[in-house]
Write a protein that binds this ligand. Structure first.
Ligand SMILES: Nc1ncnc2c1ncn2[C@@H]1O[C@H](COP(=O)(O)OP(=O)(O)O)[C@@H](O)[C@H]1O
Ligand SMILES: O=P(O)(O)O[C@H]1O[C@H](CO)[C@@H](O[C@H]2O[C@H](CO)[C@@H](O)[C@H](O)[C@H]2O)[C@H](O)[C@H]1O
Length: 503
């Protein structure tokens, strides 16, 4: 085994000239993964990461400041890997380079430099891969890159498929460069690592990660530091854990179909999605059980705090999207009803509703349907939520609500004409969840609400009302997401909010 690779960390904009930074100011807001829709955001260089022996790859970690952004919000650090190559002269010729991610050329004091997006460039993939896989040597990594390609689409991060990568238990890898850098261990590393360690087959096997050094290692900004990657068994809140994770490497799931595309295709044909949905429900129930076991249960739900977060999220959605205004009173009434019931349960029982690690942003696009069954992906939580909220233990019922919403999206996008397509898929999902979690009584919704709050003192009627509140919470989040990214789809969650409130 060759020695672990290190990353170098320097403060500020080391290795980056003002000209390159100005180029980024224009390019960044055009990227799909850029996390804020507002204009006039400043990109302040925070740290710069380089890889030993790799001259042309520089990773800029930029803190965002500006209208609508809280100062010092650690969730708003973005990762911008760049490949910088000296060139003879500036050129406007971009013929090659859509694929390799040409950003531009700039004249600097030391000559002309061509700047590529490292997310799309093999030199940067090579550097990440060699760091994430401590036992990979240099030339060997080149072989692993054969046939590599960045996947396109509506992604919050940048993922690179590595079909030729051999990793002992199989072939093929997926390198995910995390575009929004969160302080502390990243859930998209911690959770797949824990599930892989627990030998759960419902997640692509975790293979490694690239991390920034522990906080004390970068506290002194005068010197660049070499820090070995630590990729084994990262755990929640471990003291001395990494400052942040930058990338995660997992096994490539072969012959897989994206769950959303699959469901939309069924909806288009009005074909019964019940069996697939039930299998998915079972996979989600297993996920919750394994997470509970592998990472341990969380604290009990604190009703006032929990409802306070739902109300704040709703208020933010109402402030962002004027079309939501007619739903304000209905949302408020629903949340009031849930609050009253939760308070009554707390008074009656001492208030035991246990929280636990969950997926946090579960939808069909986070599930791959593969020959061996469903695989669940992408544990970073809702990208638009603050990091502290995303990693906090939560109710499994939130993931159930996410999948119910997603089946509704599939029916809308696939234009199912059978009015029962979506309700059948949803009930089948709930039924699959119920059976896999061993719940034996009640109708599907009640029973699932009960199963997904299992071990708690909640009565099923309260659990069912809570599920409705979480469905509304998710749909409000989606309205904001669509408003920002895909206005043509905003009617899908907007209609759902109206429907749930009037039911
Ligand atoms: N291990 C994997 N094997 C095969 N495909 C994957 C794997 N991980 C992700 N994908 C594909 O890449 C897409 C994006 O991955 P995801 O982790 O959801 O990234 P993002 O956070 O950018 O949305 C997924 O929807 C899936 O189609
Ligand atoms: O996958 P991401 O972590 O980037 O999640 C974000 O983008 C999703 C869309 O790509 C978005 O999901 C919403 O649209 C889906 C259909 O494209 C639908 O299946 C989901 O139910 C719906 O929430 C997700 O909300 C957002 O966080």
């Amino acid at each position: 085994m060759s020695p672990a690779r290190h990353v170098h960390v320097s403060p500020g904009a080391a290795h980056l000239t003002p000209e390159v930074l100005r180029l980024l100011d224009v390019w960044l807001p055009e990227q799909r993964w850029y996390p804020v829709p507002t204009e006039g955001v400043a990109h302040e260089p925070w740290l710069t990461v380089t890889f030993p022996g790799v001259a042309d790859v520089v990773v800029a970690l930029l803190r965002l400041h500006g209208p609508g952004l809280a100062t010092g919000d650690e969730s708003l650090v973005i990762q911008v890997p760049l490949v910088l190559t000296p060139t003879a002269e500036p050129t406007a010729d971009t013929a090659d380079t859509e694929a390799a991610g040409l950003i531009g050329t700039v004249a600097t004091a030391s000559g002309t430099v061509t700047v590529h997006d490292g997310g799309a460039h093999p030199a940067a993939w090579h550097a990440y891969l060699a760091t994430a896989l401590p036992d990979a040597g240099g030339p060997e990594v080149c072989d692993k890159l054969a046939g590599a390609r960045r996947i396109s689409g509506e992604q919050s991060n940048t993922s690179v498929m590595l079909p030729a990568m051999n990793h002992g238990t199989g072939r093929g890898g997926m390198l995910k460069i995390l575009r929004t850098v969160a302080l502390g261990p990243h859930p998209d590393v911690v959770i797949p690592a824990a599930l892989t360690k627990a030998a759960w087959a419902g997640v692509p096997r975790f293979l490694g990660a690239v991390e920034l050094p522990a906080p004390d290692a970068v506290a002194d900004p005068r010197e660049p530091r070499d820090v070995p990657p630590r990729t084994e068994d990262p755990s929640w809140g471990k003291t001395g854990g990494p400052l942040a994770h930058l990338a995660v490497l997992s096994e490539l799931v072969a012959d897989a179909t994206d769950g959303f595309e699959l469901a939309c295709a069924y909806a288009e044909r009005d074909e019964d999605f019940g069996e697939r949905a039930a299998e998915l429900g079972a996979a989600v129930a297993h996920l919750h059980a394994v997470l509970r076991q592998a990472l341990g249960p969380g604290p009990a739900l604190e009703p006032a705090g929990f409802m306070g977060v739902l109300r704040r999220r709703a208020a933010e959605a109402f402030a962002d999207v004027p079309d939501l205004a007619p739903q304000r009173a209905g949302v408020s009434a629903l949340f009031d009803a849930v609050s009253t019931r939760l308070a009554a349960v707390a008074e009656r029982t001492g208030g035991m509703v246990p929280l636990q690690p969950i997926h946090g942003d579960l939808h069909l696009g986070q599930a791959l349907h593969a020959p061996g069954g469903w695989k669940i992906l992408d544990f970073e939580g809702e990208p638009q939520r603050p990091v502290a909220e995303r990693v906090a233990p939560d109710l499994p019922l939130r993931d159930v609500a996410g999948m119910l919403r997603s089946l509704d999206y599939a029916a809308a996008v696939g234009r199912a004409t059978d009015p029962h397509w979506v309700s059948h898929a949803q009930v089948s999902f709930l039924e699959g969840y119920r059976q896999a979690s061993g719940e034996t009584h009640g109708g599907p919704v009640h029973a699932v609400a009960g199963a997904a709050t299992s071990g708690s003192e909640l009565d099923v009627a309260t659990a069912e009302l809570l599920l409705r509140a979480l469905v509304v919470d998710k749909a409000l989040y989606e309205v904001v997401y669509e408003f920002r990214h895909r206005p043509a789809w905003m009617h899908i969650p907007l209609t759902a909010v109206e429907r749930v409130l009037s039911s």
